[in-house]
Write a protein that binds this ligand. Structure first.
Ligand code: SAH
Length: 348
């Protein structure tokens, strides 16, 4: 099949075979990518018009028990500055966010044992009580079925847990042997079963990744059918074993955003901070390639630079108010509008 036919198949049937995806990714021309981009943008606009949903990202802890080779807050990184927000600080971030127009709060962090189910449930309950018109998204890594269930009962609406890679062998090159690929995937099935709006995703250009891996990631996502999907380029962190690996390609990341948009037409698809870090106009380009969500930082200014997953992360020196006004301006410059809306998933 020619690339144009594969793109049309993705557009009309929302699927493609592994061989077709590999061929498309490996041989797409600039002209074909522009065709793909237009189809993806058109698909996003069918559901979400020119609206961009915002999520306020609150990075609650840089303490992590895991040792992922790519991540700057891995436990073995003795140079990492560790912090943990207090319950009050988290609630204060939500107050600031609410007044800036955020209606989704994303609580993300390392796997920090302090945030037990009791602690997290109390935080989620307080946010939901104060702001019943807001969604709470958690991104706290792997937990048990019971734990996810309790957090959901406490009022959490959504959960982000990137699968990182659908291929077990590749997963084992990115993580120490104590971490389990099958548990990571099981967590995603648990979350979906419980009823969360669930987000999967992966890094683009992570070390040892092949085009076949990417095709498997796309097919895994197609099969899981999550409500959200986050992807961004791998960016090395100087104090990790992957310090010397190159950045993931922005061009490839944009292509994959477009393919994901066509495979899951109404998915909530963020244009990520990593994309904005790898390319100063990366977030705008992501939206133009079919993304429909951005996640400005709502973390307290004094801790931002310490949630350092990769080098040169943007927006670590700005107040939340600056981040949101910068984002509004950026989106307006490409004809899009940041909206104050809880921004739930729409069924296709
Ligand atoms: N502890 C949580 C949150 C992880 S941080 C969890 O396990 O889900 C969120 C995402 O940042 C990760 O899922 C990973 O895909 C991404 N990330 C981590 N290190 C990165 C790097 N060096 N470059 C780009 N993205 C990275």
């Amino acid at each position: 099949m020619k690339n144009y036919e594969i793109i049309d198949k993705l557009y009309f049937e929302h699927t493609a075979s592994k061989a077709e995806l590999v061929a498309l990714i490996n041989t797409i021309s600039d002209e074909e990518l522009e065709h793909l981009r237009k189809k993806a943008q058109q698909t996003a606009q069918k559901y979400y018009s020119n609206k961009v949903y915002i999520r306020g990202l609150i990075e609650i802890s840089s303490i992590c028990k895991n040792d992922c080779y790519y991540c700057g807050i891995r436990r073995s990184n003795t140079n990492a500055v560790r912090y943990r927000l207090s319950e009050q600080q988290i609630l204060d971030c939500c107050d600031t966010g609410y007044s800036l127009g955020f209606r989704t709060f994303v609580l993300q962090g390392g796997e920090d044992g302090y945030f037990t189910d009791d602690v997290m449930c109390r935080i989620v309950e307080q946010i939901k009580q104060k702001y019943p018109d807001c969604a709470v998204t958690l991104s706290l890594g792997e937990r048990s079925y019971e734990s996810y269930k309790r957090l959901f009962s406490a009022g959490a609406d959504r959960y982000l847990l990137r699968h990182e890679t659908a291929d077990r062998t590749h997963y084992e090159k990115l993580h120490p042997s104590e971490m389990s690929h099958s548990n990571r995937l099981d967590c995603l099935y648990r979350l979906k079963k419980i009823g969360y709006q669930t987000g999967a995703g992966f890094m683009v250009g992570s070390p040892y990744q092949t085009t076949e891996n990417l095709a498997d990631d796309l097919l895994f996502i197609k099969n899981l059918n999550p409500q959200m999907c986050g992807i961004g380029p791998f960016i090395p962190h100087k104090d990790t074993p992957f310090a010397k690996f190159p950045n993931g390609s922005v061009w490839l990341c944009l292509m994959l955003i477009s393919i994901i948009r066509l495979m899951l037409p109404s998915v909530l698809l963020p244009s990520t901070t990593a994309l904005g870090t790898a390319d100063s106009n990366g977030r705008e380009k992501g939206i133009l390639h079919g993304a429909n969500v951005v996640m400005p930082n709502l973390s307290p200014l004094e801790h931002r630079k310490d949630y350092s997953l990769y080098d040169n992360k943007i927006c670590t020196g700005d107040e939340s108010a600056q981040c949101i006004s910068c984002m509004k301006r950026r989106m307006k410059s490409i004809g899009y509008e940041v909206v104050t809306d809880v921004g739930n998933y729409i069924e296709p």
